[in-house]
Design a binder for this molecule. Structure first.
Ligand code: THG
Length: 845
């Protein structure tokens, strides 16, 4: 680790491809076990040693043991499971022998224990966490006994498998009493994700929580296809980075797999990764030979210091698919409350009926509404909570895209769920009600499986209701979880407890105020930690319409004091501008207990909602259809939308409806969002309404006939799922005679460029809602510059500004005149017309 921190080290090339250059006999050398390279460790140690030597001679600092498939599960397929330890120990000894013979004080040589993925994907249910952990522990025992310097989990396809492998390695490491470093390398396919769909950020989030020394990627593709993932690691990953690509994307030539990338080209790419992205350990995977390593050594040289990086690690949780930052921009982390047998009658009934698919529906609806994370609770008297949790999580982990928060008071339920989840989840919750023993066990799981933890301000005395008590327990929880057990402070999520303020009992009146004050103080005294509330508790006892208002107003105040997350029913939360002012005021009187002679805010609040139902609580609709349409967009109100659109169509052409009334609404949304008065989930509801309106109007639009005017490739950039604006651009351009190749959301630059080449596009349009998407756009332009492209680019999106496009993005591309800011779809149309005119002029000479 010392050497690796001081200089860039070079690993070896492909073991499998090297072995194939020897003339080995299937029966004598492979013992009749086709494709079992590991058996050569026993049968032909001389050959294995020769491969190691060939790489050391070519300039490698480290070689990998011939143990890629030497775990119990894979070896069992060859009837060699019993010899797992022996094979790994022997393989490590062979490599150690070669390394030690060549090592000098100036140039020490190292041995990396190779731990491949095996043949089963636990996230798809092919095998279980426990089987894998045991299988890898045995492999790691052998590797450590044989003297490896580092354990490398590589070619990982499934992040849950990585979890089992890391923990297997840690078990072996602890038994041996040795501090062998662990690296985990994932394999990102040409699709831009791991085989099961995990992107690099989601993978890094889960791996980071396991506490490894390094992360990287290898296999599947050549270096070129890895570029944006490597860059992501360089910018974000806070520990060491390793990269070991194949010698290009494999091609099938006359029935043979051929790796097309030559040594020079591979070395150039790797040099770029070292120089630009700060990679520490480079090497090759399939198809890379000693020649590749020789070129790599020439390019990197000796004694090259790693490029200093300043990564920005974002505290986050993750699902199997994607990463969700614990601190949201301009919003609380919305944790959906509905998949809870305690909190929802519907979910409870579905559980009793074992209607698992409908429970998936409950989850997906919440994601659609804008939940960032889902709380999951299967506690139901008389039912098996562990088995129910497993049934639910088994489905949610694959069919729901957001991370989960496992809600249970039962330790075995928590562990059973964590063993099924590849991502980084949230444990809900720990407290000191029965002292520290139970909390200790749960925290142990959080550290082992990599999870964030909700901690309630409850101790041996009970639930803290006063501010000072809440703070005292919060500090005790910090000392316990962060200082004693090493939980990152940002993964500690306080819940300072909400209780109902709607009972009329004297001591309940101040619960709201106390909780708000506790939030403010926790945020000030423990600023790195997160703060969450089970929001709906505040209004227990009231009728639904009143609850929605009280919950929404309380959330607003809690967020102002520093709340970072809330367990809520997203669809039942209203932004304040959508609630009648007198309701807001009445809710505030109740929350802040503004009693006065003859005035009880609780009675007043109840009275106010006497005749209000959830449906009637809506503000009165404006009189004219034009205003109604605009208001619908602002409110995200789809009900009855089509009738209004039909009425409008009698007076206006469809494009004018979009351009005037609907876009007016979006402008208001933009302003409310920009000034912090509207949170992202509501923006999304507005956008959904816009989408529905445009979809309804589209068939009525007359497509401009005639020849295709030009081709635009359109995409929402990597890491961003927002596509309403982009789809609007698509519709408007298509209806004006352009061909639009709409790639959809989360598009890596590779796919965008590829599509543009494939269809001979005249321009590329990149879109995105988030602030971070503006950074991605700029990086994409840098990458396009590097690839020598000069195709015109249109940029659009909520967080983008003309200044940023014209100052930063233009400079990034190197063809400043070809980067344009498209404020909205109509400006996009105008720009396309200009681009086509220039194009015609250029072709005319
Ligand atoms: N803190 C933490 N976890 C928690 C809570 C908390 N988990 C559970 C709960 N409290 C948060 N979840 C809910 C879910 C639903 C409701 C309240 C809190 C709720 N349900 C309605 C009711 O009971 O009247 C709707 C019932 C129905 O639809 O059948 O209000 O505080 N860490």
């Amino acid at each position: 680790m010392e050497r690796l921190r001081e200089r860039v080290l070079i690993a070896d090339g492909g073991m499998g491809t090297s072995l194939h250059t020897f003339d080995l006999d299937l029966d004598k050398d492979y013992w009749g076990l086709e494709n079992c390279s590991e058996v050569l460790v026993l049968s032909r140690p001389d050959v294995v040693a020769a491969v190691h030597k060939s790489f050391f001679d070519a300039g490698s600092d480290c070689v990998e043991t011939d143990t890629f498939g030497a775990n119990k599960v894979v070896l069992a397929e060859f009837g060699l499971s019993e010899r797992t330890f022996e094979i790994n120990e022997k393989a490590a000894q062979i490599a150690r022998g070669v390394a030690d013979a060549l090592s000098t004080p100036e140039w020490p040589r190292f041995v990396i224990g190779s731990i491949g993925p095996g043949t089963k994907l636990p996230s798809l249910g092919h095998t279980s966490y426990d089987v894998l952990e045991d299988s890898y522990a045995e492999q790691a025992r052998g590797l450590i006994a044989g003297g490896v310097d580092l354990l490398l989990i590589e070619t990982a396809q499934d992040i849950l498998q990585v979890k089992a492998a890391v923990n297997g390695c840690k078990i072996a490491r602890a038994e041996a009493g040795m501090d062998v470093p662990i690296f985990a390398q994932v394999t990102i396919e040409t699709t831009g994700t791991m085989l099961v769909g995990t992107d690099i950020a989601a993978a890094a989030t889960a791996i980071h929580a396991l506490g490894v020394d390094g992360m990287g990627m290898n296999c599947a593709t050549g270096p070129a296809e890895m570029s944006e993932h490597v860059r992501w690691l360089g910018e974000n990953w806070p520990h060491l980075i390793s990269v070991m690509p194949n010698a290009g994307l494999p091609m099938l030539v006359e029935g043979q797999t051929v790796y097309p990338l030559g040594p020079r080209e591979l070395a150039d790419w790797m040099l770029r990764y070292v120089e630009e992205d700060g990679v520490n350990l480079v090497g090759g995977c399939c198809g890379t030979t000693p020649e590749h390593i020789r070129a790599l050594r020439e390019a990197i040289g000796f004694d090259r210091r790693p490029r200093a990086r300043s990564p920005e690690w974002v505290p986050a949780v993750s699902s199997l698919y994607s990463q969700v930052p614990l601190r949201q921009e301009n919003a609380v982390l919305a944790v959906g409350e509905r998949a809870n047998a305690n909190g929802s009658k519907k979910f409870r009934e579905l559980l009793a009926a074992e209607d698992w698919d409908a429970m998936v529906g409950v989850a997906r609806d919440q994601v659609k509404e804008g939940s960032h994370v889902l709380d999951v609770c299967t506690a139901y008297v008389g039912r098996p909570e562990v088995a129910d949790m497993q049934e639910v999580v088994n489905r949610y982990r694959g069919q729901v895209t957001v991370p989960l928060m496992i809600d249970s008071t039962e330790v075995p339920v928590l562990e059973a769920a964590l063993k099924l989840l590849g991502g980084k989840s949230i444990i809900n919750s720990i407290n000191f009600e029965d002292g520290e023993e139970k909390a200790e066990r749960v925290l142990g799981f959080a550290r082992k499986y990599g999870a964030a933890v909700v901690a309630l301000t409850i101790d041996e005395e009970g639930m803290a209701k006063e501010v000072e008590q809440k703070l005292a327990i919060a500090h005790r929880l910090y000392d316990f979880a962060v200082k004693r057990y090493g939980l990152p402070a940002s993964d500690l999520i306080y819940d300072p407890l909400t209780f109902t303020i709607c009972t009329g009992v004297e001591e309940d009146r101040r619960h709201g105020i106390n909780t708000l004050e506790a939030i403010e103080r926790i945020r000030r005294e423990l600023p790195e930690c997160q703060i969450m509330l089970g929001l709906s508790n505040i209004s227990f006892g009231l009728k639904p319409a009143a609850r929605h208002v009280l919950n929404s107003v309380f959330l607003h105040h809690a967020q102002k004091r520093g709340l970072t997350a809330a367990i809520i029913h997203v669809a039942a939360i209203k932004p304040l501008h959508q609630i009648p002012p007198e309701h807001v005021e009445a809710a505030e009187d109740l929350i802040f207990d503004r009693r006065d002679k003859g005035f009880d805010p609780l009675l007043r609040f109840v009275e106010l909602f006497k005749d209000v139902t959830v449906a009637s609580a809506k503000k009165a609709a404006p009189a004219t259809v034009e205003e109604r349409l605009t208001q619908r967009i602002v409110d995200g109100d789809k009900q009855g939308l089509e009738d209004d659109l039909k009425a409008a169509l009698e007076q206006y052409p469809p494009l004018e409806i979009i351009n005037t009334f609907l876009l007016d609404g979006m402008k208001v949304v933009g302003e409310l969002f920009g000034s912090g008065q509207m949170q992202l989930p509501f923006v999304l509801q507005s956008a959904e309404t816009m989408k529905a309106a445009v979809a309804f109007l589209e068939p009525f639009m007359e497509k401009v006939e005639g020849e295709e005017k030009g081709i635009l490739v359109l995409a929402t950039v990597k890491g961003d799922v927002h596509d309403i604006g982009k789809n609007l651009v698509d519709i408007i351009l298509t209806n004006n005679g352009y061909k639009v190749v709409n790639l959809g959301i989360k598009q890596p630059i590779d796919s965008i460029v590829q599509a543009a080449c494939d269809c001979g596009a005249h321009a590329i349009g990149m879109s995105g809602l988030l602030v971070k998407s503006t950074v991605i756009m700029k990086e994409n332009l840098e990458e396009m510059r590097r690839r020598g492209l000069d195709i015109p680019v249109l940029l659009g999106g909520a967080a983008l500004t003309r200044r940023f496009v014209e100052n930063d993005c233009r400079a990034a591309y190197g063809h400043p005149e070809r980067v344009h800011y498209a404020k909205d779809a109509f400006e996009g149309l105008k720009l396309m017309e200009q681009i086509m005119a220039w194009d015609a002029a250029r072709r005319a000479g």
